[in-house]
Design a protein around this ligand. Structure first.
Ligand code: AMP
Ligand code: ZN
Length: 680
């Protein structure tokens, strides 16, 4: 990104806020930032500093005031100004034609103007602004009352904390919309859960509504929620009502112009229902290309005066209807449950259903994750079950349909012994997963090897799951190191193993020895160590065996490494057979070196160790670290007695506290660091 803003000495607090708001808007609403994150941070820090020096000038709508560090105990119940209703549903053109006829009769108009927009698949919210300030945000609840979740909504950066409603003559306004997760953020969220062996959330909608009730605002912020605002339910004006608000499309435009993410650009206005139907179909065809999930379209009467004339039932307004897209759901019969043993010994129940087509794929096997899921859903063998597959998300069983039972259904028995090696299964306290803890369990060995050769791990092409199983059965593979001593000549003549494929396999195995260290770390299949953590680990060490020397505290000092992850890594390196395996791999010629630039010994910082904490102002962290290495210094990943210098930036946390307790560590500022390396 280009550095567009010159370095103007901004002294005025309000100017700074406007700059920040503008760039938040570019980033979170328009999705088109023009400022590098680093520079945004500079402005943000400048504002924080000014506000810290002038606490009297802090306003509720300052960009610094979104972040709340305190946990919320509960969400008080609050009443909506106007009840939040549901929508009538329609599924085909006939339904829409029928609705259009009712609208025209009810409004006594020949032809009615309709505004059409996506039906966002998230959790609905209501926001109240008073005198241009966001004063309250609530969930839908039962429609009459909801939960006050203002603190969480403030974490969504596309929701303006203040908006110039006064320019439209509005003193108080209630607006409605939907909070959701983009498909990308949803996937990221589920990947994190998977790394911890937790069942993924079924769809972005559940993820959104769950996120709104989290009691830790910082966690809400990390989820990167989006909010689309699409309706004005109530407003009190100072004088004459503004003409923009006479139509629904006008309201969307006003919201957009005030900095909200409203479906201003997604909506279309049509005269007559035929074009509406066509537009809905067009949109359905492109639904997979959208960055977020929608489950249909919403057709609304555009004139607000007509809306009022049509009124509402107790359930839904008569002036709007949802056009639901084809469901990505189907029913099928649950025939069996298989119990699979994963590479960490986790036993996963997998439902076998009569194959059904959902959203373009055939589904026959569905993971049930763990025993709790089976219990929660009350599943029985022989049940009819409702299966859903949302977007790119893996299919899941929504529920069983007990009303269709005939009495022959059988309870699902979870095994007490490993289906592969018959050893007793164990469940750790607080966990839902049963495990086989027999380290030689054949199922685990095979799964570990499959993981080791897989694309994201060592990427040994032409190996693949089927070959691993075959070679294991033939006794060619016994453990991970045996991959590198595969008796290739004995494969000759076997079905599917021509000269060419043997050559390819040989070179793929050989090449994998030079894979970067993070791939090897990931390939080892240490519990909770996903790709991201593997990269962090690789960057923090010179040689794989360095990990065996780190304490759990030192591990926890690394980015993203929490208590559980640290404990798991620590345990892995305490297991003698793991250490023996790593020794064998090194002998076989695998790369255990991190490949970080070797520090040359003659530099000014030779022999000195460094660690950075907090945010630096003049240097980027990565540049500063590179400078240390250039001058022969060494970077440590955590505070220990081996550390010589802790360089402290703004907002330094626990590392600083810890370093203060160790007398030989020099605690220095960024300025002092620059002096030390001769850059000042
Ligand atoms: P349903 O939950 O299927 O009854 O649908 C009604 C819900 O659709 C409302 O409560 C809103 O939360 C949601 N919705 C999503 N997008 C829109 C939209 N563009 N206009 C109105 N409601 C919407
Ligand atoms: Zn087993």
């Amino acid at each position: 990104m280009k550095h567009l803003l010159p370095e103007i000495p901004v002294t005025e607090i309000e100017d700074l806020r406007d700059i920040l708001r503008f760039h938040e808007y570019r980033y979170y609403v328009l999705d088109s930032p023009i400022l590098a994150d680093f520079e945004y941070d500079q402005f943000y820090k400048a504002l924080e500093k000014l506000e810290a020096n002038n606490p009297g000038l802090i306003t509720a709508d300052s960009p610094t005031q979104r972040v709340a560090s305190t946990l919320t105990a509960s969400f008080p119940t609050v009443a909506h100004l106007v009840p939040m209703l549901s929508l009538e549903n329609s599924y085909n053109a006939d339904d829409l034609l029928d609705w259009d006829r009712r609208v025209r009769e009810g409004s006594k108009e020949k032809s009615v103007e309709y505004s059409v927009e996506p039906k966002f698949d998230g959790a609905s919210i209501s926001l109240i602004y008073e005198d241009d300030l966001l004063v309250r945000a609530a969930t839908r609840g039962d429609g009459v009352q909801g939960d006050d979740i203002t603190i969480n909504i403030r974490q969504i950066r596309s929701v303006p904390l203040s908006a110039k409603f006064s320019a439209y003559g509005i003193q108080q306004i209630e607006i409605r919309g939907e909070v959701l997760l983009t498909k990308k953020n949803f996937k990221r969220f589920n990947d994190k859960l998977a790394e911890q062996n937790l069942p993924p959330l079924a769809n972005p909608r559940n993820a959104a509504s769950g996120s709104l009730r989290i009691k830790d605002p910082a966690e809400v912020r990390r989820r990167n929620l989006e909010a689309f605002l699409y309706h004005i339910s109530y407003h009190i004006d100072n004088g004459e009502p503004n003409s923009t608000l006479l139509t629904h499309s006008g309201s969307l435009k006003m919201l957009w112009d005030l900095g909200f993410r409203s479906p201003e650009h997604e909506k279309r206005v049509f005269n007559g229902i035929q074009d509406v139907i066509e537009y809905c179909r067009e949109f359905e065809a492109g639904r997979d290309d959208l960055p977020y999930e929608i489950d249909g379209m919403v057709v609304k009467v555009n004139e607000v005066s007509l809306q009022e004339k049509l009124g509402m039932t107790t359930h839904h307004p008569r002036w709007a209807i949802a056009f639901k897209f084809k469901a990505r759901q189907a029913t099928s019969r649950l025939r069996a449950v298989e119990f699979q043993v994963g590479r960490t010994g986790a036993i996963t129940p997998v439902a076998k259903i009569d194959p059904v087509h959902i959203g373009g794929v055939t589904v026959g096997s569905i993971s049930l994750f763990n025993e709790e899921v089976i219990k929660e859903k009350g599943l029985r063998l022989g049940d009819m079950v409702l299966v859903e597959r949302a977007g790119d998300v893996i299919p899941y069983i929504v529920k069983s349909l007990p009303e269709l039972r005939n009495g022959d259904e059988q309870p699902i028995k979870f095994p007490q012994r490993c289906p592969q090696c018959q050893s007793q299964l164990f469940k750790e306290e607080g966990e839902a997963v049963w495990r086989c803890i027999n380290i030689d369990c054949p199922a685990q060995v095979v799964e570990r090897i499959i993981h080791f050769v897989s694309k994201d791990a060592m990427d040994i092409r032409n190996f693949g799951e089927a070959n691993v199983r075959k070679f294991y059965e033939m006794g060619f593979l016994t453990d991970i190191p045996s991959i590198y001593s595969l008796p290739l000549d004995r494969l000759r003549g076997m079905e599917g193993f021509g000269e060419k494929s043997i050559t390819n396999l040989t070179s793929a195995i050989e090449n994998s020895k030079q894979q970067p260290l993070y791939r090897l770390i990931f390939a080892l299949g240490i519990r909770y160590v996903g790709e991201t953590t593997a990269k962090t680990l690789a960057q923090s060490i010179d040689h794989l065996m360095d990990l065996s020397k780190l304490s759990t505290e030192e591990l926890q000092n690394m980015e993203d490494v929490g208590v559980k992850v640290a404990a798991s890594i620590y345990q892995f390196f305490r297991n003698p057979s793991n250490l023996q395996m790593l020794g064998e791999l090194e002998k076989l010629g695998l790369n255990l070196q991190s490949g970080k630039k070797q520090s040359f010994t003659g530099g000014a910082l030779a022999g000195q160790t460094f660690l950075f904490t907090g945010t630096l102002n003049r240097l980027k962290r990565s540049d500063a670290e590179a400078m240390v290495e250039e001058q022969g210094g060494k970077l440590l990943s955590g505070v220990s007695s081996k550390l010589n210098y802790l360089v402290v930036g703004d907002d330094a946390g626990s590392k600083l506290e810890k370093a203060k307790k160790i007398s030989q560590i020099h605690i220095i500022s960024e300025e002092e660091f620059l002096k030390l390396i001769g850059k000042d």
